[in-house]
Design a binder for this molecule. Sequence first.
Ligand SMILES: Nc1ncnc2c1ncn2[C@@H]1O[C@H](COP(=O)(O)OP(=O)(O)O)[C@@H](O)[C@H]1O
Ligand SMILES: [Mg+2]
Length: 255
Amino acid sequence: MEALKVKGLSKNFGGLQVLQNVSFSMKPGEYLALIGPNGAGKTTLINVLSGELPPSRGDVSILGQNVTNMPVHKRLHLGLAYSFQLNNLFFNLSVMDNILLALQGKQPFRLQISQSIDSNNPRFIKVQKLMDSMGLWEKRSFPITSLSYGEQRMMEIALSLASDPMLLLLDEPSAGLSDSETNQLLAYIRNLPEETAVLFVSHDMDIVFDLADRIIVLSYGVLIAEGRPEEIQANPKVREIYFGGKESVQDTGSG
Ligand SMILES: Nc1ncnc2c1ncn2[C@@H]1O[C@H](COP(=O)(O)OP(=O)(O)O)[C@@H](O)[C@H]1O
Ligand SMILES: [Mg+2]
């Protein structure tokens, strides 16, 4: 069974066609990089897959289940986890309250935070370990606003990793992180359970070529190429549309 199957997906914002008939799938355990120039529609695609945005046309299946019309929280129960390009934390709450909310899959405006989460809860223990290794556990009583941007990103990613997702969506996970935070993050992503499929957006080609089993390339909302990293690197269409044909994919470096 495929971890993710996307079929004929389109998304318009008014007259603007941001995604056009996008189709691809992912096997369990696969690391798939989504690349493309700024404005190509990468974030929009991630948001449609997570359920944050409805598609204009097409279908999305997660682990064999059609989720096209399924709200975010139900997708999360199926084993989806995601981390945004922008922070998705509740800034007026403490680090600990954010952890509790994330573990309970709750939104503060909908439900009260229950402080009664079992400290033997395996996910709680996992978050604790991840946050501890990130040096963040000692800051658990602090408000989110007292953390640096990099710490906020690391915390958000710790929360998405702790659920042992079957499908993890990461939109520019290393954005705003220092080199050492990025290296730490890559180690966590590499060490996910074997069956976890990871779809990630990155502008950093070192990260793309380090992690990806396969790469898909989006340009003006159209998937223009799909293949193993070495195939994408050699693809003339990718070099032309994405890099102006001047340099190789790897030579563009990070940015
Ligand atoms: N909510 C929105 N309303 C209107 N246009 C949008 C919206 N979100 C994104 N866009 C437009 O869609 C295009 C793709 O954006 P985005 O998905 O953020 O690209 P990427 O992540 O590849 O840089 C851009 O032209 C952007 O301006
Ligand atoms: Mg984006």
